[in-house]
Design a protein around this ligand. Structure first.
Ligand SMILES: *Cc1c(COP(=O)(O)O)cnc(C)c1O
Length: 483
């Protein structure tokens, strides 16, 4: 079937099925610096592939540190991607008009997937490699339920059992996300639970604990250790996850070409960093290649209010790349770059990353997918080296942007994705003042149709702007592993 590649208004830029990328982009091949290795959480020595084998299939372990620039997407995975990929790239003309901005605003819409976010891009790949290597069950954690839904669906496609430890607070606040996972056949357990030692320890301390992502990860990993045939799957942070997500940016690059435009700024929200990396890495590729000098710490990016610890982009033609995080969980803008555990019990390898400390419990903001204490090691290093910028935004301003977007473009965004919208709108407003003609591309990582209680809280005026006090962050940082 032939599709219109550009609609008559020049608003929607569709790729043909056969234009879907056939390989993922592996940024590890192009980084102009070495990443520091993950460490065994007990010995704090670099982990060996053998130590990871109980948790992940061999192909995934290999991808985690591969230096191959492009890695073929298996045909079985492409067949499933085709159910919703390529996703649309849309020019937000009605939003531009409402803002009266000379900026051109584009967004890449990952909410078009069956579960409503970018997460299946990696869930399907991980389930496939596990099936291929004889795994019978996957164990994982989920915060807001987006990752759990994606993995439950992927497991259903490949005939794998799936157990999801769901943070207790969301288990009760988001019953429909829970039902969605159950419809796909997953076993959903409220975390902390009495089925694991980590869960029992937390419950003994506080029977009313609302749970956290760090606790749920500990439970999911412990489950693997005690059940043969079961492996673990993570929805963000790790290198292979970000690589699987690069289908987003690879498609967006071709769609921007169809639009006859080049983005001057690329924006995405960052929790563990997977949708941000997926969109931004293909756009960073030429920048990494052309870097000629070592950045100097301390210089500020030209955009107001944006923190970069080093010099701005080395290449004038390169887009500015901005990660957006909540002020309530600011791992890039307020965290430190150090080794820390990925979970709260120290069961998974320690990673060199921007972190608020593994004991940091972020306030219960509605963008549950952004409540993680750490950040992808690749993104942390890129930030530290000055290749990308970061901005932290407040919850109410995020929902204000989300409503304006819904009223102009017709899509109710996930609260996580609305963080990117907030900054896109702020930059477009700056263009209105300066008359600058920027082309802004942002990632709309998901829709918000399971988040209506959050919108209701915003509309009822009960939503708080919680900024975490520095003293809380300092306290959590004091608990970092000492090397
Ligand atoms: C999980 C999630 C995020 C945050 O995770 P990243 O790994 O940082 O992308 C953002 N948006 C949506 C819609 C999500 O489901």
């Amino acid at each position: 079937m032939k599709r219109n590649r550009i609609d008559s208004t020049g608003t929607k830029f569709n790729l043909d099925e056969r234009d879907m990328p056939a390989s993922w982009y592996n940024i590890l091949a192009d980084l102009p610096f070495e990443l520091e290795p993950p460490l065994n959480p007990q010995t704090l020595e670099p982990v060996t592939p053998d130590e990871l084998a109980p948790l992940f299939p061999a192909t995934v372990i290999e991808q985690e540190s591969s230096k191959k620039q492009f890695i073929d997407i298996p045909g079985e995975v492409l067949d499933i991607y085709r159910l919703w990929r390529p996703t649309p790239l849309i020019r937000a003309r009605r939003l531009e008009k409402a803002l009266g901005t000379p900026a051109r605003i584009y967004f890449k819409y990952e909410g078009a997937s069956p579960v409503g976010s970018h997460k299946p891009n990696t869930a399907v790949a991980q389930a496939f490699y596990n099936k291929q290597e004889g795994t019978s069950r996957l164990s994982t954690e989920t915060g807001a339920g987006q990752w759990g839904s994606a993995l439950a669906m992927a497991c259903a496609f490949f005939g794998l059992d799936c157990t999801v430890y769901m943070v207790k607070a969301s288990y009760h606040q988001k019953p429909y996300r829970r039902s969605l996972m159950q419809v796909f056949g997953a076993d959903v357990i409220s975390s902390p639970s009495s089925s694991t030692g980590s869960g029992r320890a937390i419950l003994a301390d506080d029977p009313e604990s609302p749970g956290s992502l760090g606790i749920a990860i500990s439970e999911a990993v412990e489950d693997v250790a005690s059940s043969p045939g079961t492996k673990y799957s993570l929805g963000s942070v790790l290198n292979h996850v970000l690589m699987h997500q690069t289908v987003i940016g690879l498609e967006a690059q071709r769609q921007m070409e169809l639009a006859g435009d080049t983005p001057t700024t690329v924006i995405a929200c960052a929790g563990g960093g997977s949708n941000f990396g997926g969109l931004a890495f293909p756009f960073l590729k030429p920048v990494l290649k052309h870097r000629k000098h070592v950045p100097q710490p301390g210089a500020l990016n030209s955009l107001s209010g944006i923190t970069t610890p080093a010099t701005s982009m080395p290449n004038d033609m390169a887009p500015k790349i901005i990660a957006v995080e909540p002020e309530a969980c600011p791992s890039l803008t307020k965290g430190i770059y150090a080794y820390d555990y990925g979970d709260c019990s120290g069961l998974v390898p320690a990673l060199k990353m921007h972190t608020l400390g593994h004991n940091f419990v972020p306030p219960g903001i509605h963008a549950g997918g952004l409540r993680y204490h750490g950040m992808s090691p690749i993104i942390s290093a890129l930030f530290n080296e000055g290749f990308i910028a970061a901005r932290a935004v407040k919850q109410r301003a995020v929902f204000e942007a989300a409503e304006l977007f819904a009223r102009t473009e017709g899509i109710i965004p996930a609260p996580e994705s609305a963080h990117a919208i907030r900054v896109a709108i702020d930059l477009a407003a700056e263009c209105t003042e300066t008359g600058q003609e920027e082309a802004i591309l942002f990632g709309l990582s998901g829709h918000g149709y399971f988040d209506m209680s959050a919108y209701e809280a915003y509309r009822n005026g009960v939503l708080q702007d919680s900024v975490h006090p520095q003293s809380e962050i300092d306290k959590a940082l004091a608990g970092l592993p000492k090397k």
